[in-house]
Structure formats: C-alpha cells, structure tokens
Design a protein around this ligand. Sequence first.
Ligand SMILES: CC(C)(COP(=O)(O)OP(=O)(O)OC[C@H]1O[C@@H](n2cnc3c(N)ncnc32)[C@H](O)[C@@H]1OP(=O)(O)O)[C@@H](O)C(=O)NCCC(=O)NCCS
Length: 153
Amino acid sequence: MIVQNQMETVKISPIENQNPRVKFWYPQYSNISLDAQIGKGTTIHSHVWIADNVIVGENCRIEAFAFLPGGVILEDNVFIGPHVCFTNDRKPPSDKWDTITVQNGAKIGANASILAGVTIGEDALVGMGSVVLKDVPAGEVWAGNPAKFIKKL
Ligand SMILES: CC(C)(COP(=O)(O)OP(=O)(O)OC[C@H]1O[C@@H](n2cnc3c(N)ncnc32)[C@H](O)[C@@H]1OP(=O)(O)O)[C@@H](O)C(=O)NCCC(=O)NCCS
C-alpha cells in the first residue's frame, strides 16, 4: 500500500519500527510504501518516492526528490543523488514493467534518469544529469545524454 497523504505518511514509522536503523529526514514529505524493503543503516532524505516492490539494501543514501518506482533494486552501499529518476515502463503506459538493479557501491549523480531494464554495475558512477539507456559495467564512470563511457575508476 502506498501511503497517500502527508499526515498518513508520518505513519511510515512502522517501517522504522520494523527497522529502527533506517534514518528518515522529514518522512512527512515522502511517499514510502509500507511494502518496500529498506535495509538497516540506510538514510532517506525528504521528498523521496519509494513504491511497492522496491528493495533498498543496507547503508544506502537516497537524496531528496529521488523517484523509485516498483521494480527498483538497490543493493548495499548505493548512493542515489538528488532528483534521480528511475523508470520501470519503457513504453508507457503499459502493463509490462522492467526492473532496474543498482549493484553494490554504485553511485548515481544528481538528476540522472535511468531507463527501465538497465543494470548499474558494482561501484560504477553515473554523472549528474545523465540519461542512462544501457547497462553500466562495474567500476566505470558513465555520463551524458545518452550516457557513455567516460573512464574506469
Ligand atoms: C561524472 C563525474 C564524476 C566526472 O568527474 P571527473 O572524473 O572529474 O571528470 P571530468 O570533469 O574530468 O570530465 C571528464 C569528461 O566527462 C565529461 N563529463 C563529466 N561529467 C559529465 C556529466 N555529468 N555529463 C556529461 N559529461 C560529463 C566532461 O565534460 C569531460 O569531457 P571531455 O573529456 O570531453 O572534456 C562528475 O562530472 C559528476 O557528474 N559527478 C556527480 C556529481 C553529483 O551529482 N553529485 C551528487 C551529490 S550532490
């Protein structure tokens, strides 16, 4: 169930109750599904949307205004910059949703958009403002629109 209104959103505290080590900043300004899984040590800043069927690992940081629709999987130690927009529907509106996986330690810069079905590899770094249409291999920096290889880390 997605919590719809701001007063109710305060009740996302059940998530905190299930996992008191998740740190929320101003949860009343976020929409966090009670069905989302969020790992311990993760910090979620304000105005974040996290839908059903989202899995967030441990020690992640999700900055303000990030949008995580159903099917997004963040492994552990992932950084999601402000205004990052994940998508789950390549040809909207459709009933076919693809997943996006962000593997351990990967970082996504501010305002990046990630196409449904893409995987961001372990420890990879996506530059700010990028439009990511393809898988980003582990340990590489990709940036631009469309995002392309910049260098290895
Ligand atoms: C991707 C990034 C890490 C690259 O930084 P860097 O290693 O110092 O690389 P450089 O600045 O030397 O840039 C290397 C090349 O990539 C290009 N580039 C860098 N960042 C880019 C971006 N976001 N989009 C498009 N191109 C980019 C540069 O123009 C340069 O191209 P050139 O060689 O043709 O001149 C950095 O630009 C970035 O986007 N950081 C994320 C910041 C952010 O969102 N932080 C979130 C917390 S607020």
